[in-house]
Design a protein around this ligand. Structure first.
Ligand code: NAD
Length: 507
């Protein structure tokens, strides 16, 4: 079987690729397992040196890579370079620099024990397409740095880009084995005995994967959909917040998991916010500032959701239609006012260039509405007050909360990223992202010799010492503590006496 990848700006076919099945996936996993032995045995510094060569190779091939992302996903070249390739290079630099110290043995305070990282073996990465470089390079690089081999099932919507990346991996000598295909290939990977799955994608697929993994008990890190809230307070820099909202929702044609989907704006600045949004959106140029949706089905879904909202109270201020004067899956940047939490636009995750705004009267109302979601990936709060920003950020239920920013923090390699509720669990990137791909084995050394009173045979003297120890734990006030100490001392004396006599003492 084959699948075709299509240029979403023109509808032209880019290439046809095999849909690999169980056998090919099993073969890739077997090769990865073999490679994992030597890769995991190398010092982390050596692994990072190779990852750095991968970084340099990607940087040198920037033109071809970004051109392919531009063609296959449809995002403007500026975004392919600035929001996909460049963050990937930053991320690789970060992991190369920090993995050696983060994967050092860790002493455990107050003990002789330590923890040391053990690679898991083979990590299956099942990827998405909306940032076909960054969202795949990062789990792959973090898993590799931690000493694992990787079997990568890229999205069927970004196969051409994935094969370019694979070429670089091969040339550098990284143990990354690509299997191309659709959901059936991904499913086969979940059944293949990988030691962990790193998944990025929709809630629906995520749940299907978890059901599959339950059979083998394979652990997973799940980066699923978001339904992010953005709160704009009355003291926010309104024009700045509006520009950021439009950029986040119309950049990449609104196909970012942390693009604010529910925008709660204080009534005092509501009209100004909408006016700024409209001003920016009406100036956006199709094919220059914003690209098409990745698929025709994606474009049609946005259209249905917009027109579900209008009869239910949302006010259409601009857009609301697919572009018919050009080929491809473009949708006009759309601004909706007076949205509310009952709309599909506010409850379902969706991708599309739609800015959907809801007025709020008070800070508490904004926080309550923001937290009333089945998903909890990202959120942002906009205010000039530091204290208010921190207060609201502290109250928001989300995996990543930005203050006066959107999107960018999700791409910072040092910041652990991951959601809660239906948005998944586990972290990608940062130090926590490395922890996902190792077993932190605890090693506890003990000297030989010593009394080892806990071993058989049990006796009454030990029992009375244990009673004294328990009383010590709960004794309050000097009197009670004194009594407990006396009891303990008496127990120890009895123990010694009995041991000297070679008999059990009676209480
Ligand atoms: P998707 O869930 O349709 O597909 C993701 C991947 O899973 C693809 O590679 C696909 O082939 C594979 N797949 C499909 N069915 C499978 C199965 N049964 N078993 C195993 N693998 C299977 O999602 P998508 O269209 O690639 O991405 C869009 C979604 O991803 C959106 O919902 C978006 O919110 C979410 N997303 C989340 C993040 C995040 O970091 N949390 C980032 C980007 C996108």
């Amino acid at each position: 079987m084959e699948l075709a990848s299509v240029d979403p700006s023109t509808g032209e076919e880019i290439g046809r690729y095999a849909v690999q099945g169980r056998e090919e996936v099993a073969c890739a996993v077997a090769r990865a397992r073999e490679a994992a032995v030597s890769w995991g045995g190398r010092p982390v510094e050596e692994r990072c040196a190779l990852l750095d060569r991968w970084r340099c190779a990607l940087g040198r091939d920037a033109d071809a890579l970004s051109a392919m992302v531009h063609r296959e996903i449809g995002k403007p070249l500026q975004e392919a370079l600035g929001a996909d390739l460049l963050p990937s290079l930053h991320a690789l630099r970060w992991v190369v620099r920090h993995a050696p110290s983060l994967l050092r043995r860790r002493g455990i305070a107050g003990t002789r024990a330590w923890q040391e990282p053990l690679p898991l073996g083979v990590v299956g990465v099942i990827g998405t397409w909306n940032y076909p470089l960054f969202l795949n390079v990062t789990p792959i690089a973090w898993a590799l740095a931690a000493g694992n081999a990787v079997v990568w099932k890229p999205s069927e919507l970004a196969t051409a880009t994935a094969l370019l990346l694979q070429g670089h991996c091969e040339r550098v000598g990284l143990p990354v084995f690509v299997v191309t295909g659709d959901g059936t290939t991904g499913r086969a990977l979940c059944q293949s005995g990988c030691d962990k799955i790193a998944f990025t994608g929709s809630v629906r697929t995520g749940r299907a994967i978890l059901a599959e993994l339950a059979h083998s008990g394979t652990p997973a890190v799940m980066e699923l959909s978001g339904n992010d809230a953005m709160i704009v307070c009355e003291d926010a820099a309104v024009a700045e917040a509006a520009r950021a909202a439009v950029w986040a929702r119309c950049g990449n044609a609104g196909q970012s998991c942390v693009a604010p989907q529910r925008i709660y704006v204080h009534r005092a600045v509501y009209a100004a916010f909408l006016e700024h949004c409209r001003g920016v959106m009406q100036g956006l140029r199709a094919g220059v500032d914003y690209g098409p949706l990745r698929t025709a089905a994606g474009r049609d879904l946005v259209h249905r959701m917009v027109w579900d909202a209008v009869p239910r109270g949302a006010r259409l201020l601009c857009g609301g239609y697919p572009l018919t004067d050009r080929p491809g899956y473009f949708y006009a940047p759309t601004l909706l006012a007076d949205c509310h939490n009952a709309l599909l636009l506010y409850t379902r995750d969706f991708f599309g260039p739609v800015v959907a705004v809801c007025p709020v009267e008070r800070e508490e109302e904004a926080v309550r509405l923001a937290n009333a979601s089945a998903m909890a990936l990202g959120a942002s709060v906009w205010t000039r007050s530091r204290a208010r920003g921190r207060r609201i950020a502290g109250q928001l239920y989300a995996g990543l909360v930005s203050i006066n920013e959107v999107l960018l923090d999700a791409a910072h390699p040092a910041l652990p990223f991951g959601g809660a509720r239906a948005s998944g669990y586990g972290k990608q990137r940062g130090a926590a992202g490395l922890d996902e791909f190792v077993l932190w084995k605890t090693v506890a050394p003990h000297p030989t010799g010593g009394a080892r009173r806990h071993l058989f045979p049990y006796d009454r003297a030990t029992l009375s010492i244990l009673r004294g120890m328990v009383r010590m734990q709960v004794a309050e006030g000097w009197r009670a503590r004194g009594a407990a100490i006396r009891e303990l001392i008496a127990g120890v004396r009895n123990y010694r006496r009995d041991r000297a006599r070679g008999c059990e003492h009676s209480e």
